[in-house]
Design a binder for this molecule. Sequence first.
Ligand SMILES: C[S@@+](CC[C@H](N)C(=O)[O-])C[C@H]1O[C@@H](n2cnc3c(N)ncnc32)[C@H](O)[C@@H]1O
Length: 250
Amino acid sequence: MSGSAAEPTAGFWDHREARMVSRPATGARSPAARAAADRAARAKDAEAFWEPHYAATRAGSGSPNAVLVDVVSELAPGRALDLGCGQGGDSLWLASRGWAVTSVDVSSTAVQRVAAHAGEQGLSERVHVERHDLSVTFPAGTFDLVNAQYFQSPVAMDRAAVLARAAGAVAPGGMLLVVDHASVPPWSWADPDSVFPTARQTLGGIGLDLDVWEVAVAEDRDRQATGPGDQHATVTDTVLALLRRASATA
Ligand SMILES: C[S@@+](CC[C@H](N)C(=O)[O-])C[C@H]1O[C@@H](n2cnc3c(N)ncnc32)[C@H](O)[C@@H]1O
């Protein structure tokens, strides 16, 4: 992606249009957001963007995401698939509650860290890691929970197709949980001008048969986010919790 000296351009992932667009760089974006947009524009695939991101990030699994804890705490443990698991905060929390988790990310550094944290926490038997570019390959098997938390990327991908495949991996009686950023905090490296999908748009993109699926939750939720410098901001997530009816065969 390139532009004239007078009007520099940068690529960014337009979540609503599901495509890369280029537009004049705005002064409103932070240097980190501009650097990430430039790196995304240069990356030839998801791995080329995310692997350097994790290689440059301090190792740490972090806490589980709030919506996961809220929605899944009451569920009986079974088999879970964590898509775009990052460093594994969700995977490790699920495993600690008895779930058998398959943790998937495009970054080998990320999945190696998940496996290492699982070992440190005595959870290795319940955490299995796999590296996939999910727009190319997908883990085998069916799961009682498929968790996709902030499975969003500045690198173009057919996210709806990945989520449709994820729905296909949910066992009867199981749940597909998709939580997305609907806004980003001021300290994020993500582009503050990104356009995010609504829960209904994501649902429409997956194209589920509502005779087979029940929409348990489709809404925006606000939460308090805390930044690396202990800054605070209210951010919005979109939450989709979809239940595959136990009797469904399709
Ligand atoms: C915004 S992060 C979210 C990480 C984690 N789920 C969380 O809640 O902190 C998006 C994650 O998706 C992964 N990812 C992006 N594109 C991917 C792809 N095509 N295949 C597999 N993982 C991908 C990234 O490596 C990254 O870990």
